[in-house]
Design a protein around this ligand. Structure first.
Ligand SMILES: C[S@@+](CC[C@H](N)C(=O)[O-])C[C@H]1O[C@@H](n2cnc3c(N)ncnc32)[C@H](O)[C@@H]1O
Length: 416
C-alpha cells in the first residue's frame, strides 16, 4: 500500500471520486470532483486519508455514522452525505443521462424529483448479539462489519423512534452471535418487522419474542422466515386509496413520496386507456391505483404479493375489474398475441430489467408503454429494444428514492 496525493476529476457510477492515474482510474470513496486528497492506495481503490483542497460543494455529513471518521466506523448505508444538494442532484440525473447515452438514446431528461431526510418507510437492518449487547445497524461499506446505529437521518421518525423496540425484539430472537436481517416497514399502525436468517425458533425464544412485541407499542406484526409470529394489529399500506396488507418482507417502494411521484407519472401517461397490463405488479402499487379508472391485468411471480393484490381489489368498492396472473416473466413473457387486448402497459421489473418481455412488447401494438425502473443501465437496454421496435420515447423522469446512495429510479413513457 502506498500513500499518494491525487486530484479527483469526476464521480463514478457508485458515487466514488475518480482520480486519473498512470495505472488507470483510482476510486476514492468520500471524495468529490475538484478536490486534492491524500489517499492510501490499494490496487484501484484509494482510502481517503486527508483533504488538501476541499470542493466548495462538500458539506458536513448530517449523520454521525457517515464517512471515514464515523464514530462507530463507516456505516455503509449511505455513500454521498458529503455532497451538497446541487452536485448530488446533478450526479443522480446524470446517471440516467449517461445510461441512456450508452445505448445511443439522446433525449431530454426531466429534472430529478428529489428525496429528503426522514422519508424512508422501509429499511433493512442487520442485528447481531454480542456478549455485552445487541448490535443493530447497517454493514460497513464492502464489509461484514456491523455498524451499530444510534440515529439514521434517512429513516422515518416512526422507525428511528422505535430502534430501541426493534433491539429488544431482536434480542429475544437471537440465539447465537450470527448476524440476521430485519426488514422494517412503517405501516399505518406502526412497524411491520420481517426477520430472516435467524436460527430456527424454539419455543422459549418464540415466547420471548411474542412477549416483547406485546409489551411494546407500535409493532404491528412480527414475522420470522415468512411465518407470522405475532400480529397485534393487521399491517396496512395504502396504494392510492386502496388498503393492502403486504406479505411479510415483500417488495414495497421505499418512500411514500417517490411512490406517489412514480404513480402520478404512470397515471398521467396512461390517460384514458381502458385496458392496462401491469407487469411485475408486486402487491399492486400501480395496479390498484390504475383500477380506479381502467381494467387491469396484473402479472407477477410472487404468489403472496399477488394474493395481497387480489384480496385488496376484491374488498374495495368502486374499482374496475382487476385480474391477476402468476407468471415468471423472464422465462415466459407475455407473447405479442397476448398483448393484443391492452391499449397501455406498465412494467416495473427488478434490477435485471425485462429483456425477454421487451422482444414481445416491441412487436406489439400496445399504444402506450410506461417503464418504471430502479436500474438506469437495464432501463436503457430495454428502452433501446422498444425504440428499435418502433416506439417513440416521450419522456424520462429520474426520481430519488434512496437518499445519499448511488441508486436512482426513473419513469419513461413511450408511444407507438
Ligand atoms: C421493483 S419490484 C416492483 C413491484 C411493484 N410494481 C411495486 O411498485 O411495488 C419488481 C417486482 O418484480 C417481481 N419479479 C421478480 N422477478 C420476476 C419474474 N421473473 N417474473 C415476474 N415477476 C418478477 C418481484 O416479485 C417484484 O414484485
Amino acid at each position: 500500500m502506498s500513500v499518494r496525493t491525487v486530484a479527483i476529476d469526476s464521480l463514478g457510477a457508485k458515487g466514488d471520486g475518480i482520480a486519473t492515474s498512470p495505472d488507470g482510474p483510482l476510486f476514492v470513496p468520500f471524495s468529490l470532483p475538484g478536490e486534492t486528497v491524500g489517499v492510501a492506495v490499494n490496487g484501484a481503490v484509494g482510502t481517503l486519508m486527508s483533504i488538501a483542497k476541499a470542493s466548495p460543494e462538500r458539506q458536513e455529513p448530517p449523520c454521525r455514522h457517515f464517512g471515514p471518521d464515523g464514530v462507530n466506523g463507516t456505516c455503509g448505508g449511505c455513500t454521498l452525505q458529503h455532497a451538497a444538494d446541487p452536485l448530488y442532484h446533478m450526479f443522480k440525473r446524470q446517471l440516467v443521462i449517461d445510461a441512456l447515452a450508452s445505448k445511443g438514446i439522446q433525449t431530454e431528461v426531466a429534472p430529478l424529483i428529489p428525496a429528503a431526510p426522514g422519508e424512508r418507510r422501509r429499511v433493512v437492518l442487520t442485528a447481531r448479539r454480542t456478549e455485552k449487547a445487541l448490535l443493530l445497524g447497517y454493514n460497513q461499506m464492502s464489509s461484514h462489519h456491523l455498524v451499530h446505529i444510534e440515529e439514521c437521518p434517512i429513516a422515518s421518525p416512526g422507525i428511528v423512534g422505535r430502534l430501541d423496540a426493534i433491539r429488544r425484539i431482536a434480542l429475544a430472537l437471537a440465539s447465537n452471535a450470527e448476524p440476521f436481517r430485519i426488514t422494517v416497514l412503517e405501516v399505518e399502525s406502526g412497524l411491520d418487522l420481517s426477520v430472516d436468517g435467524v436460527a430456527k425458533l424454539d419455543n422459549p425464544r418464540r415466547r420471548r419474542a411474542v412477549e416483547a412485541v406485546l409489551a411494546l407499542r407500535g409493532i404491528s406484526r412480527l414475522s420470522v422466515g415468512g411465518e407470522v409470529i405475532v400480529e397485534p394489529i393487521k399491517p396496512i399500506v395504502r396504494f392510492g386509496t386502496v388498503p393492502v396488507t403486504p406479505p411479510p418482507g415483500s417488495f414495497t417502494q421505499a418512500t411514500r413520496k417517490a411512490e406517489a411521484a412514480m404513480a402520478e407519472l404512470v397515471l398521467d401517461a396512461l390517460g384514458k386507456a381502458k385496458r392496462v397490463a401491469d407487469l411485475f405488479s408486486g402487491s399492486g402499487t400501480f395496479a390498484l391505483r390504475i383500477a380506479a379508472r381502467a381494467r387491469v391485468h396484473a402479472v407477477e411471480s410472487d404468489e403472496k404479493a399477488l394474493k395481497a393484490l387480489d384480496a385488496a381489489a376484491r374488498s374495495t368498492q368502486g374499482l374496475k375489474p382487476v385480474t391477476v396472473e402468476r407468471r415468471d416473466l423472464f422465462r415466459r413473457p407475455l407473447m405479442t398475441s397476448e398483448l393484443k387486448p391492452f391499449d397501455a402497459l406498465v412494467f416495473d421489473p427488478p434490477r435485471a430489467g425485462a429483456e425477454a418481455q421487451m422482444a414481445e412488447l416491441a412487436r406489439s401494438s400496445v399504444k402506450t408503454v410506461v417503464a418504471v425502473s430502479c436500474n438506469p443501465l437495464t432501463l436503457a437496454r430495454d428502452l433501446a429494444l422498444l425504440i428499435a421496435g418502433g416506439y417513440r420515447l416521450k419522456s424520462v423522469t429520474p426520481i430519488d428514492q434512496f437518499l445519499w446512495s448511488a441508486h436512482v429510479e426513473a419513469v419513461a413513457v413511450l408511444e407507438k
